[in-house]
Design a protein around this ligand. Sequence first.
Ligand code: NAI
Length: 480
Amino acid sequence: MVKICCIGAGYVGGPTMAVIALKCPDIEVAVVDISVPRIDAWNSDKLPIYEPGLEDIVKQCRGKNLFFSTDVEKHVREADIVFVSVNTPTKTTGLGAGKAADLTYWESAARMIADVSVSDKIVVEKSTVPVKTAEAIEKILMHNSKGIKFQILSNPEFLAEGTAIADLFNPDRVLIGGRETPEGFKAVQTLKEVYANWVPEDQIITTNLWSAELSKLAANAFLAQRISSVNAMSALCESTGADVTQVSYAVGTDSRIGSKFLNASVGFGGSCFQKDILNLVYICQCNGLPEVAEYWKQVIKINDYQKNRFVNRIVSSMFNTVSNKKVAILGFAFKKDTGDTRETPAIDVCKGLLGDKALISIYDPQVTEKQIMRDLAMKKFDWDHPLHLQPMSPTTVKQVSVTWDAYAATKDAHAVCILTEWDEFKSLDYQKIFDNMQKPAFIFDGRNIMNVNKLREIGFIVYSIGKPLDPWLKDMPAFV
Ligand code: NAI
């Protein structure tokens, strides 16, 4: 029986390994992590991450050919293939701070693999890493190997949170990069055979190591760029009376462009887009390509611009102050169907409103109060001033409340901001919400999920990104 071990039981390691276990009953899969609470949760009824369809698969395979453990060394020692799916956040201090990927977790995983191995292994980069990382990993492994042979493969993950299981069942492609040597080709073939259990072979792309590593950064940069492109257009739509939904539909029907990923919004979030583009920018700078670096940096700048623009629109619409006004925040996760809040635009929007002394009341169906408070305590990421943790001042903490119901969040509020496109927000009783709000009652739809005309009929003043402006908003002084 082939044995697989995956280091890192996170948003990628957990779902990918669960699907491998389901699709390959002859393979034994162990997912290991240094975090005891995370592994305990994987072994419990309440999994550590929310992902539609995941629970069923884990329940089917756990204890049969899928195991979650903190005994990292034992499972690595026994494995034929070791996936490394640890976090690779942006460096916050030292050389490259604010841009470069922090490979501390990766390096310590690689050193541990070299230390504990007693047989040859294939080591697979599952994490998103800077191009050429495999070379560094190879050096660490080879210099500590005690004669054991390692083959490094790059197998970046393209799943999207919220649809991870569907993406893993039916991937557009699986990408495997390896060394172009007989041993490298053999290792690529071994991993290919694992995926071939359910992925058609023509959808398994094999490349050299550097192409595979760079393709993942490039794919995320292209995806984020589409969002920034349509968001940039949304600002122009508001100034001209065009409707961004109509524009993106008209643009997206061109088969050369395609219709996906063209929805205007308050901005992109998630743990990957910003971090991977920052990393790409840093790599370009390090390779003496400042023009290329500037080009990609602009994708992040537009994303920051869009979040600021949204906050400014709220404040300027509400007579240029939100001080002591209750503002309901519907949705805190960075997208629907996940509880993940990493880099969610909600953090920036809430902080902007808190800076103007608003009283914010937050509801998200999947995010806990503890998580929201932790996120709001983080100092805002800034290109030139990398992250530092600082506690929220006691006064600011008092400005925030978290509810478990959209109606409680919106009661007596002056404004409602929709920051995540959860389906349940579309079917709320907006008449009831309107009746219980202060007047004039505002709705700021940061995801364009609402029927603007229906809300206006109820009496709301509505702002929806990139849509023709409400007469009220047109008449307000142009601060945005
Ligand atoms: P995560 O933070 O959810 O999980 C990483 C896990 O690795 C944590 O549980 C941590 O405790 C564990 N870990 C760190 N060092 C370890 C060590 N030395 N030994 C054992 N466990 C260790 O991260 P996530 O979201 O799963 O991302 C992992 C990688 O996959 C990142 O490089 C990310 O960029 C990439 N990725 C993430 C996607 C996503 O949607 N979240 C999609 C595609 C790629």
